[in-house]
Design a protein around this ligand. Structure first.
Ligand SMILES: [Fe+2]
Ligand SMILES: [Fe+2]
Length: 148
């Protein structure tokens, strides 16, 4: 990972609320902390190629799933439609957010959140998050098929 990514990410990763994400499994065999770092890194790489706002991308991506429950077994009903607002509330306790960072967190589940992303940075994080989630799911399927 490059120096710019680390310099943006480090202050957030050192925050106890963000560090706590390591205690939650997000997709099988992957903690929520690993997931948000992966989404932040891949989004950062795409953002660089497209000359977008790297700082907003990394910070928004690191905070996009900042919730503290096992979403498969507990937490609010309709988690998919609601957790972006929970993450946003929690993210505001960690740091002051720019409008772009707010939009990245709020819209990362689009099109479930009907209002589309307002900035290209939000769209990148949304697409990368979807890609990572589908890939994790397909990996699980691959493992299951392999082991059966
Ligand atoms: Fe999410
Ligand atoms: Fe996510």
């Amino acid at each position: 990972m490059n120096e710019e990514f680390i310099s943006i990410a480090a202050p957030l990763l050192e925050h106890p609320m963000v560090a706590r994400l390591s205690q939650y499994e997000h997709h099988r065999d992957k903690t929520r902390l690993e997931h948000v770092i992966e989404v932040a890194w891949l989004s950062f790489c795409w953002g660089k190629r497209l000359s977008l706002d790297s700082r907003a991308i990394v910070r928004g991506a690191l905070l996009h799933d900042l919730f503290f429950y096992d979403w498969l077994h507990e937490g609010p009903r309709l988690h998919g439609f609601r957790h972006h607002n929970i993450a946003l509330q929690n993210a505001r306790k960690v740091t002051a957010l720019s409008p772009k960072e707010v939009d990245i967190i709020k819209k990362h589940m689009w099109p479930l959140t009907l209002i589309p992303p307002r900035y290209p940075e939000s769209l990148i994080v949304c697409l990368v998050d979807t890609y990572c989630s589908i890939r994790d799911y397909l990996n699980i399927k691959g493992e299951l098929a392999h082991s059966s």
